[in-house]
Design a protein around this ligand. Structure first.
Ligand code: NAD
Length: 297
């Protein structure tokens, strides 16, 4: 099918590439010219704005870094809301329920369906097409885009209530944020006590302490000290804040999330929002006076 794609960053580029490889006709836009050139080289047709993408296609997907960017692309003066052909807008970004509902309401005024479709599984999942794609919005619209979503991962339809998929995604991400920070804290403790961090990770992965952090993030980006997993600290802080906002609005306990949030805010201050989120271990190392790395062979 013809698919518009706005936002060709760490996640958007590999998702757009998979759509092209599966034979979809992709019209693309990014504010960064280099990102647009890279996807055009794979066969996408470039556009000059999100609005132009929506002038040229009925289905527009977006993978954007902040709720503000999603609102602008969806409802701004040069956004898809002004497009001539668009029938449905599929937001693959993590924006939280409030922004998803705002976008849904604004686009509904122009008879454009908003499908809320955040993804999980990281850059490697986007490259392999194995993302968990959580979807909420009108069921008939989900049926129209299902095949396209299957190019990027496994779709899970969670209901027609706008924002539900965002709630599910934030539940996933707060857990990922928790286990990365908690695993970093215990590995720093072990190294301070004299344990080899590579051995620690092996033992954790064979036992009941295994987490997505010990399985993927430590071996790939922390032990080799490359800090290149592909998710920015600023994005993790955004997701943690969005989770807290939703949980507080619901009046549910947030003891664990509040503690973890402090660690992520410290990492953003210390390492900068553009740092990779695996640098969450660095402030802990600094405080403990140790470095966690693979011992020389
Ligand atoms: P990114 O910063 O790498 O990419 C965002 C892209 O959007 C950039 O290319 C940027 O130039 C473009 N952009 C920004 N504003 C724009 C605008 N107004 N119009 C057009 N293009 C614009 O971010 P990412 O890591 O790809 O994340 C995108 C979304 O996916 C975020 O909501 C993030 O939370 C979510 N996400 C990321 C990961 C991950 O591992 N990186 C995993 C799951 C979900």
């Amino acid at each position: 099918m013809e698919v518009g794609f706005v936002g060709l960053g760490n996640m958007g580029f590999p998702m757009a590439r998979r759509l092209i490889e599966r034979g979809h006709d992709v019209v693309a836009f990014d504010t960064r010219a280099a990102a647009l050139e890279r996807v055009a080289a794979l066969g996408a047709r470039p556009a000059a704005s999100a609005r132009e993408v929506a002038d040229r296609t009925e289905t527009v997907m977006a993978s954007l870094p902040t709720p503000v960017a999603s609102l602008e692309v969806a409802t701004g003066a040069a956004g898809v809301i002004e497009g001539a052909r668009i029938k449905r807008y599929v937001d693959l970004s993590t924006v939280g329920g409030r922004t998803a509902r705002q976008i849904f309401d604004r686009l509904a005024e122009r008879h454009i369906a908003a499908i809320d479709s955040p993804v999980s599984g990281g850059v490697s999942g986007a490259e392999k097409g194995t993302l968990a794609v959580t979807v909420s919005g009108p069921r008939d619209e989900f049926d129209v885009i299902r095949t396209a979503l299957e190019a990027i991962g496994r779709p899970f339809y969670v209901g027609d209530k706008p924002g539900s998929a965002q709630t599910m995604k934030l539940a996933n991400n707060i857990l990922a944020a928790n286990v990365l920070a908690a695993t970093a804290e215990v590995v720093v403790m072990g190294v301070k006590a004299g344990l080899d961090p590579s051995v620690m990770i092996e033992v954790l992965n064979a036992g009941s302490g295994a987490t997505s952090a010990s399985r993927d993030k430590f071996p790939r980006s922390i032990l080799p000290r490359t800090f290149d997993y592909g998710f920015a600290t600023g994005l993790m802080v955004k997701d943690v804040r969005l989770y807290l906002e939703e949980a507080e609005a619901l009046g549910v306990p947030t003891d664990v999330a509040t503690t973890i949030a402090r660690l992520w805010e410290t990492t953003a201050d210390d390492q900068g929002p553009d740092s990779d989120f695996t640098t969450v271990i660095k402030p802990l190392e600094k405080a403990a006076g140790v470095i966690v790395g693979r011992s020389p062979a």
